[in-house]
Write a protein that binds this ligand. Structure first.
Ligand code: ACM
Length: 265
C-alpha cells in the first residue's frame, strides 16, 4: 500500500488557492492514501468566531469537500484532510475521510488547543475506525497526540494506520508519535504544515513541519524538513500492524491490566 502526506504552507483565508494547490499535487502523485494538514484549506489563526463562520463549510456539500470528492473518485484514492466544519450553528476543527466512492466520514477534534477553545466546539463523536480496502484507518488531529487515549482507542478498535492532520507549534510531537506507534504497534502518518501566522498581535505562531510516517516498531520511515513544502510517499505493509506481540509471551493488548486501571478511568 502506498501512503502519502502533503506538507503544505496554507495561506490564511485563501481557500480556493489552498485547495487547488493540493488538488494539483494529489493529481500528480501516485499513492492510495493521502493525509493533509489540519485546517489545510483555511489556515489556522482565526481572529474570531465570525471568521470561522465565514470560512467553515457544511459536510459533505462544501467547496473543499466536493473538490476532494472529485479527485478521490477520479483517482480512486482515499484522502484524510483537516477542515473547519460548520454544522447546526456549531463549528468543529474536523478531519474528513474521502474515498473512491465519495464522502466516508468525519472526526471532530476532541482535545482543542489553546485559543481553539474559544473558536470551536469540542468533538462530540467517538473515535472511529474505517475500512479503506487495503487497511483500517483512524483519525486524530494535532494536539490529540498529547492524550495517549486517542491513539490507544483507535488501535484497540483495529486501526492499522493513524492518520493525523496537524498544525504543530510545540516541539515534541514528532518524537511522541514514535511512542504512540510503539505502544500500539500501529503506523502513523502525521501531516503537518510549515510557515508562520501572525494575524493577532503578540501571538506569532511558527509551525514546525517535520511531517512523518512511523512504523509499528517505531521506525521513522520518512520525516520531512522543518521549513519546506514536501510530499512524502512510502510503501508500507499494513499487516505489520496486526501483530501485537513483543515476545511470544507478551501481547501489548492482552497484557494490559484492565482490572488495575479501571478505578482511574
Ligand atoms: C494544535 O493542536 N494545532 C497545536
Amino acid at each position: 500500500m502506498r501512503v502519502s502526506f502533503l506538507q503544505t504552507y496554507p495561506i490564511f483565508g485563501k481557500i480556493k488557492d489552498n485547495v487547488e494547490k493540493v488538488f494539483d499535487r494529489i493529481n500528480s502523485t501516485d499513492a492510495n492514501l493521502f493525509v493533509l494538514p489540519e485546517l489545510f484549506n483555511t489556515g489556522y489563526q482565526f481572529k474570531s468566531k465570525k471568521e470561522v463562520s465565514e470560512l467553515s463549510e457544511a459536510l459533505p456539500d462544501g467547496y473543499t469537500t466536493k473538490t476532494l470528492i472529485e479527485i478521490g473518485r477520479k483517482k480512486k484514492i482515499f484522502i484524510v484532510a483537516g477542515i473547519a466544519e460548520k454544522g447546526r450553528g456549531r463549528f468543529y476543527n474536523s478531519s474528513i475521510l474521502i474515498g473512491s466512492k465519495g464522502f466516508i466520514g468525519v472526526y471532530r477534534k476532541t482535545h482543542l488547543f489553546w485559543h481553539e477553545k474559544k473558536l470551536f466546539t469540542e468533538g462530540d463523536i467517538p473515535f472511529e475506525v474505517y475500512n479503506i480496502e487495503k487497511a483500517k484507518i483512524g483519525m486524530m488531529i494535532c494536539f490529540d497526540w498529547l492524550f495517549p487515549e486517542a491513539a490507544r482507542i483507535l488501535s484497540l478498535k483495529g486501526a492499522d494506520i493513524i492518520c493525523h492532520p496537524s498544525n504543530l507549534v510545540l516541539p515534541h510531537c514528532p518524537q511522541a508519535m514514535i511512542t504512540r506507534c510503539i505502544e500500539n504497534r500501529v503506523f502513523a502518518i502525521t501531516a503537518n504544515r510549515i510557515g508562520v501566522e501572525k494575524r493577532i498581535k503578540g501571538q506569532k505562531l511558527k509551525f514546525i513541519g517535520q511531517s512523518e510516517i512511523v512504523a509499528p516498531d517505531g521506525k521513522v520511515i520518512y520525516r520531512a524538513s522543518t521549513g519546506k513544502e514536501e510530499i512524502g510517499v512510502v510503501d508500507i505493509d499494513p499487516k505489520m500492524a496486526k501483530n501485537k506481540n513483543i515476545t511470544p509471551l507478551n501481547n501489548i493488548f492482552k497484557d494490559r491490566r484492565k482490572d488495575l486501571y479501571k478505578p482511574l478511568l
